[in-house]
Design a protein around this ligand. Structure first.
Ligand code: COI
Length: 354
């Protein structure tokens, strides 16, 4: 990374900071004063700039609207007790973003633009980082194809952008999740491990149906047998059985390699518990529940953070949990929160100073 690299900035005429109620921050609806924009033209990234947040003009023939070459990431920045802003593990998301780009036949974004652009954007909007428990500045880097053509082919032009949203908790209460055994999210060889827009588009109908039935999200199962758990709508999933922690393994690449998933595994191991990454058969989850050996179920994600699940429905069976008696998920969340706020030593070097 070039240290002297400075991105041209057009400042917003007036900050909107005073108009925002920081006690009510619905996820993804409040945007900071500025955004980063870059264009991929003639085989290289150019026109990198920071501009006032606002609408962009697009062609109705924009290729990504038709064929979905569109990828994104979710990252968070926190206000440390030392008053500085810190981005949590942005290099891990940077790496995953470019893995998504490769699978979708899109150009990779260089570190100067992704990381340094993000840092300079946040530095400009630093006052927007909420300094409150369970609050953060959500960072949304994304890229989409911008060729103006209806033909089905890899685009030659792309736009990369970063938006920032101050945000509070994703769920207002412990989640109720339905195990989905009809529809599937991802199959081997597909794009399950890719953070592409289409994965989420394909989930809307199924999630909406689950919401109509009173659940927050669904837990997806494998596409072949509909028996092995994969991931929840916006989270990876963990089960505590016999005081050991189980989460689906990444092999076969049908699930997202969550950065929060990885952080949770590390912190739980630091706490002295065993974490087992392996294929998880839903019948074993049900059996452990019936025998009183399944004590905690939780989701992990950047937006969702560490979200306890108080009800898991499978095939008519409601598996219910008393979240208040849990040890591992809240203990791990507390450690992660303390690291993010710089109240605890960042032993794994996860924080990147703005
Ligand atoms: C995230 O956790 O950052 C996600 O991308 C999940 C969701 C909000 C789409």
């Amino acid at each position: 990374m070039t240290e002297t690299y400075t991105i041209p900035v057009t400042k917003a005429e007036k900050t909107r900071l005073g108009d925002v109620d920081f006690t009510k921050l619905p996820f993804g609806k409040v945007f900071t004063d500025h955004m980063l924009v870059a264009d991929y033209i003639d085989g290289k990234w150019q026109n990198v700039s920071i501009q006032p947040y606002g609408n962009i003009s697009i062609s109705p023939a924009l290729a990504s609207l038709h064929y979905g070459q569109a990828i994104f990431e979710g990252i968070k920045a926190y206000k440390g007790v030392d008053g500085n802003g810190y981005i949590f593990r942005p290099f891990d998301n940077f790496k995953r973003f470019n893995q998504s780009a490769v699978r979708m036949d899109m150009p990779e974004v260089p570190e100067d633009i992704f990381i340094e652009g993000m840092r300079q954007l946040i530095a400009l909007d630093i006052e927007w980082i909420p300094a409150k428990a369970d609050h953060a500045l959500y960072i949304r880097p994304f890229m989409f194809s911008t060729d103006e053509v209806i033909g089905v082919k890899t685009s030659e032009h792309y736009k990369f952008m970063i938006l920032l949203c101050p945000t509070g908790p994703y769920f207002s209460e412990p989640a109720k999740i339905k195990v989905e055994d009809t529809y599937t999210r991802a199959a081997q060889g597909g794009v399950g491990y890719v953070k592409c827009a289409g994965n989420y588009g394909a989930s809307m109908f199924v999630t909406a149906e689950a919401k109509r039935q009173g659940y927050h999200q669904v837990l997806w199962m494998d596409a072949v047998e509909h028996k092995y758990v994969q991931e929840i709508g916006t989270m990876n999933v963990f089960f505590v059985i016999d005081n050991k922690v189980y989460t689906p393994s990444l092999e076969g690449s049908t699930i997202l390699a969550g950065v929060t998933r990885n952080s949770a595994i590390q912190v739980i191991r630091d706490m002295g518990y065993e974490v087992i990454e392996e294929p998880i058969h839903i019948d074993n989850v049900v059996k452990a529940y019936k025998e009183g050996r399944l004590t905690e179920v939780f989701g992990t994600g950047t937006a969702a953070t560490i979200s306890p699940i108080r009800l898991l429905n499978y095939n008519g069976l409601d598996m219910e949990f008393d979240v208040s008696s849990w040890v591992i998920a809240p203990g791990m969340k507390k450690i992660l929160d303390e690291i993010k706020e710089r109240k605890r030593e960042d032993v794994h070097n996860w924080l990147f100073k703005v």
